[in-house]
Design a protein around this ligand. Structure first.
Ligand code: CA
Length: 223
């Protein structure tokens, strides 16, 4: 499997490359955002590890442009700060996960494996609930005849809800299933994403499907 690493700190990039190569991945390193985006668009990578602070083009712009070009390659962002707003910006731009520097190599490889596993999951048939319909192959979503455009993370969250209808899902369960790990301050981000999803899935329709259960979490149900 091919992994692209976009990181301008040569020591960090070298450390990631050596470690991943020991795990038998093929690793390409680029040191600026412009070259990273070019590689990401041209190469057939299974995963991109992308630093946020980069010369020529920052990581958020790279992931946004990659998604705008229709590429769904999983992206693991490397951030220097754990500030919620930075994490939200990164996830909102279309990255799938993030890791705060400095990190232990074992943590990086755990995230890499989780992202690759999720991307390779068997995606199966269309899923329906009420007038909501989701195609796990194309990631398209409709309510009735209206197609709803979702980001990768919004889609992941909705897929988890629709596969567990009428079941209260706690923020910890959502963090674990949709983001692959538990993290306390992550609950803010889940609330932010549920709000994004509601604006798209519920706001313009007569029946609300996504409900908050106070002190417990969220549930997909009719009325
Ligand atoms: Ca950097």
């Amino acid at each position: 499997m091919k992994i692209l690493v976009v990181e301008d700190e040569k020591k960090v990039a070298g450390f990631i490359k050596r470690g991943l190569e020991e795990d038998a991945y093929q690793v390409t390193v680029t040191h600026d955002g412009a070259e990273g985006l070019k590689q990401a668009l041209e190469g057939d990578y299974s995963l991109i590890i992308l630093d946020v602070m980069l010369p020529k083009k920052d990581g958020l712009t790279v992931v946004r442009e990659l998604r705008e070009a229709g590429r769904q390659t999983p992206v693991l962002m490397l951030t220097a700060k754990a500030a919620t707003e930075d994490v939200v910006s990164g996830l909102d731009a279309g990255s799938d996960d993030y890791l705060t520097k400095p990190f232990a190599f074992a943590e990086l490889t755990a995230r890499v494996r989780a992202l690759l596993r999720r991307d390779g999951q068997d995606r199966g048939a269309e899923v329906r609930f009420a007038d909501l319909r989701l195609d796990p192959v194309s990631h398209k979503v409709w309510r009735g005849k209206t197609e709803i455009e979702l980001t990768a993370k919004e889609y992941g969250l909705l897929e988890y809800l629709i596969r567990n209808p009428n079941t209260v899902l706690s923020r910890a369960m959502i963090a674990d299933h949709v983001w692959d790990y538990a993290f306390d301050s992550f609950t803010n981000i889940i609330d932010v994403y549920v709000n994004y999803l509601r604006k798209k899935v519920d706001k313009d329709f007569p029946v609300r499907l996504i409900h908050t259960v106070r002190g417990q979490g969220y549930v997909l149900r009719e009325g």
